[in-house]
Design a protein around this ligand. Structure first.
Ligand code: FES
Length: 101
């Protein structure tokens, strides 16, 4: 199974590549916001990829709408719209410091 290193939480977890990263985070009880329930509308399930961008599914329309060009360039993605196949190293923002734009 591929692994995700969540740098800011100092944890490494195995994840299921058959489901979205958001669903993996929920199953693994990793705190992350998901105000719209995974429909790609709220942008609160974002995470930043530090290593492994090429192993994540291409940006979809909802991500291009919810994320700025700068955020995309910095590796931000929406976890509800993302699937991955290999090991990743990421940052998940503190759910208490939610991005509400
Ligand atoms: S949960 Fe709302 S955009 Fe991902």
């Amino acid at each position: 199974m591929p692994k995700i290193i969540i740098e800011n939480l100092s944890i490494t977890v195995d994840y299921n590549p058959a489901i979205s990263l958001l669903n993996n985070f929920h199953i693994l009880k990793i705190p992350i916001n998901s105000r719209c329930g995974g429909r790609g509308n709220c942008g609160t399930c974002r995470f930043q990829v530090l290593e492994g961008r090429k192993f994540i599914t291409p940006l979809d329309t909802m991500e291009k709408f919810r994320l700025t060009e700068d955020e995309i360039a910095q590796g931000w993605r929406l976890s509800c719209q993302s699937h991955a196949l290999r090991d990743l190293r990421i940052i998940i923002p503190d759910p208490n410091e939610e991005n509400t734009d």
